[in-house]
Ligand binder design. Structure first.
Ligand SMILES: [Zn+2]
Length: 385
C-alpha cells in the first residue's frame, strides 16, 4: 500500500486547506439542496427520503435535514425573500450576507430547483433556458397546498423515457466524501462510523450495485436484487483507498468513485496506481471534472475540456468506458447538459437529495448525502421507510 507523502510547512498547510475547502463546500451545497425541498413541500419533497416530517419550517424555525441546528426565521429571511420573489437570486447571491453557512448554497439550489421545475414541461424547455439566476422561485415555495395536492406536475418526471411497469420505484444512491476524523465537518465520516454503516447494509441484505447493474435497473433490463443500493464516493481522497476499499472488498461490495484526474497523487488524493487497484477490486471509476471546477463559471470550451479530458484520461488509464458524470459542487448549466449529451454520457449525478428513480432526468439524478454527524438510525431513515 502506497502511503501519502508527508508534506512540510506551507505545502502541507495548503493541501490541508484545499481538502477542508472541498469537503466543506460539498457539505454546504448538499445541505443547501436539502433545505429547499423541505421548505417548498413540493411533490418532490414528499417523495424525498430527506424531507422532514415536522412542520418546523412553517412555525418558528427551519430545520436542516440531518442537522440538529435549526435556522431561525430571522436567519432565513433573505432566503424566504428569494423564494417569495421579492429579492432576485442575483441580488441574494451578491448582496446578502447569509447568517447561516447552509444559506450560502441557496441561489444555486434555487436555480437547480427552478430548472428542474422547467424540466417538467420537457427537456427542450429545460435545456434552452439558462439555469443561472433564472429560477422562478416564487412558483416553488410557500405554496405547499397546491404542490402537495398534486396540482403541480412531479418535478423531473417527464424528462426521461417512458418507464416500464416492472422497473424498481427507487434506488438509494449514497454520497460519501472523505472517510476521516474531522469533527464538525458533516461531509466527512469517521472510519468507525463508516464501517458501522457498511456492516449494517451487509447484515440487512442490501446489494451494492455496479454501475452496469444500476444502469440495467434504470433501463428496465433487469429487475435487480431485492435491496439495491449504489455507493458513490466523490473526489478521490486517499482515505477512500485506505478505509473504504479493504472493507468493501471484505463485504463483497461494489462502489463508484467520481474523481478528478487533475488532482491525482497530490498527497491527499489517490494515485493512478491506487485507482487501478480500486477498479480491480470492483469499483467503477468515473469523472468529476479534470480539476473539480465550478462548471457554470466556465465558458463552453473550458467546460468541454474539464469533462472530455477527465473522461479520456480515465478511459486511457483503466481501459474502461467513462460515461457517468458527477457534477463538482453539484453545479451545472445548460451548456453542461449539452456537452454531456454530445459526449454521450448516460447519466449524471447531482447533489439534489432523494432516492434515484428511472423517472428522473438521466443527467439530473438525485443522491443521498451521507452526513457523517448522523446516527445510524438517522442515516437509515434517509433511504428506509
Ligand atoms: Zn466533489
Amino acid at each position: 500500500m502506497k502511503r501519502p507523502k508527508l508534506f512540510a510547512g506551507r505545502a502541507r498547510l495548503a493541501l490541508l486547506y484545499r481538502r477542508w475547502f472541498f469537503s466543506m463546500l460539498c457539505c454546504v451545497l448538499a445541505v443547501g439542496c436539502s433545505i429547499l425541498p423541505a421548505l417548498a413541500q413540493s411533490p418532490d419533497a414528499a417523495d424525498s427520503a430527506t424531507a422532514p416530517a415536522d412542520s418546523g419550517s412553517r412555525s418558528h424555525s427551519v430545520r436542516i435535514p440531518g442537522s440538529d441546528a435549526p435556522i431561525s426565521l430571522t436567519q432565513a429571511l433573505p432566503f424566504l425573500r428569494l423564494l417569495e420573489g421579492s429579492q432576485s437570486a442575483s441580488a441574494y447571491k451578491y448582496s446578502a450576507v447569509p447568517s447561516h453557512p447552509a444559506m450560502l448554497a441557496v441561489p444555486e439550489a434555487a436555480v437547480r430547483a427552478g430548472s428542474a421545475t422547467n424540466a417538467a414541461s420537457g427537456p427542450a424547455a429545460s435545456e434552452s433556458s439558462e439555469p443561472a439566476l433564472q429560477a422562478d422561485a416564487s412558483s416553488m415555495a410557500l405554496q405547499p397546498t397546491a404542490a402537495a395536492n398534486g396540482a403541480a406536475p412531479p418535478v423531473n418526471a417527464p424528462a426521461a423515457a417512458p418507464v416500464k411497469p416492472d422497473k424498481p420505484a427507487r434506488i438509494p444512491v449514497l454520497n460519501y466524501h472523505s472517510i476521516t476524523v474531522d469533527p464538525g465537518n458533516p461531509a466527512t465520516i469517521t472510519p468507525e462510523k463508516f464501517a458501522e454503516q457498511m456492516r449494517y447494509l451487509s447484515k440487512a441484505g442490501y446489494t451494492p450495485l455496479t454501475l452496469k447493474q444500476f444502469s440495467d435497473m434504470m433501463e428496465g433490463i433487469d429487475k435487480g436484487p431485492d435491496k439495491p443500493i449504489l455507493l458513490t464516493f466523490d473526489d478521490g481522497y486517499m482515505d477512500n483507498y485506505e478505509h473504504a476499499m479493504p472493507l468493501l472488498k471484505e463485504l463483497g461490495f461494489h462502489a463508484t468513485l467520481f474523481m478528478s484526474p487533475g488532482m491525482v497523487d497530490d498527497g491527499y488524493f489517490m494515485s493512478w496506481e491506487q485507482i487501478k487497484e480500486m477498479h480491480e477490486a470492483g469499483w467503477d471509476i468515473q469523472p468529476h471534472g479534470m480539476t473539480h471546477p465550478h462548471l457554470p463559471k466556465l465558458n463552453v470550451k473550458n467546460q468541454k475540456f474539464e469533462i472530455a479530458e477527465a473522461k479520456a484520461q480515465i478511459e486511457q488509464h483503466l481501459g474502461t468506458v467513462a460515461d457517468v458524470f458527477c457534477y463538482p459542487y453539484g453545479e451545472w448549466n445548460a451548456a453542461t447538459l449539452q456537452l454531456l449529451q454530445e459526449l454521450q454520457f448516460k447519466y449524471a449525478f447531482t447533489i439534489e437529495q432523494g432516492l434515484t428513480a428511472p423517472s428522473q432526468h438521466k443527467l439530473k439524478l438525485k443522491r443521498i448525502f451521507a452526513n457523517g454527524e448522523e446516527s445510524l438510525e438517522q442515516w437509515k431513515s434517509r433511504f428506509e421507510k
